[in-house]
Design a protein around this ligand. Sequence first.
Ligand SMILES: Nc1nc2c(ncn2[C@@H]2O[C@H](COP(=O)(O)OP(=O)(O)O)[C@@H](O)[C@H]2O)c(=O)[nH]1
Ligand SMILES: [Mg+2]
Length: 245
Amino acid sequence: MNKIAILIPTYNEAVSIVELLSKLTIFRTNSQYQFDLVVIDDNSPDQTADIVENLRIPWVHVLRRPNKSGIGPAYRAGFSKVLADPQYTHIATMDADGSHRVEDLPAMFAAISSSNALILGTRWMPGGCVVNWPKSRQLLSKTGTRYAKVALGIDLNDLTGGFRIYSAELLNSLKLKDMDATGYCFQIEMAMAADAAGAGSIQVPITFIERIAGESKMSLGIAIEAFGYVTKLGIGRAITGIYRR
Ligand SMILES: Nc1nc2c(ncn2[C@@H]2O[C@H](COP(=O)(O)OP(=O)(O)O)[C@@H](O)[C@H]2O)c(=O)[nH]1
Ligand SMILES: [Mg+2]
């Protein structure tokens, strides 16, 4: 039987995470899937971590980090926590702000197989869509994915999306300690590492809904970091033909 650890990075998500936890609780009660949750919080000033802990939900854990250092380091800390626990066969990742819908989890979970394929919630494919996202963000996301696709030679439609499932075996085979992407290029770095490891992939169409509460942490700095990072990875991949197997 598969057991999934869902990792959710948070920074000032007090309102959104409570809403998400209540939806996940309902889903979990009626679900055939077994999963636990790890909220990875970067010392949010709005007390996100305390609020989650005070709910005392036995299957929800909080990983506290000292300060805001981007989703890359947060996720890598989360990976190392759950990979140390052999009960977890799969690790899912999702945002706290409701953009990744609990309603899409059954299709994501149903894509789990005995292979190590990366399961990628995908906005930009038939059946997938975005709701209430400004045109500028849509353009940035589509352009970013298109650029990364060409630069890295990876045929996936949503390289920047963070709604994913990795097998523990796949994550254990990757050199996570050597990875250093900070912002959203972390997602690209992980997709590329999985591709280089020959894991294969399964794209699942998802509906991405722009957050209602709280603020996006997306910034120009993060976009520039991603552009520079993809260019660097692309050149490295072109030279070596392979990446961090
Ligand atoms: N722990 C942690 N979580 C973060 C950080 N930056 C963003 N997040 C979380 O990552 C997820 C995606 O961020 P969000 O701001 O919604 O990005 P957007 O959807 O691209 O606008 C949310 O759950 C955020 O709270 C960070 O520096 N540390
Ligand atoms: Mg968001």
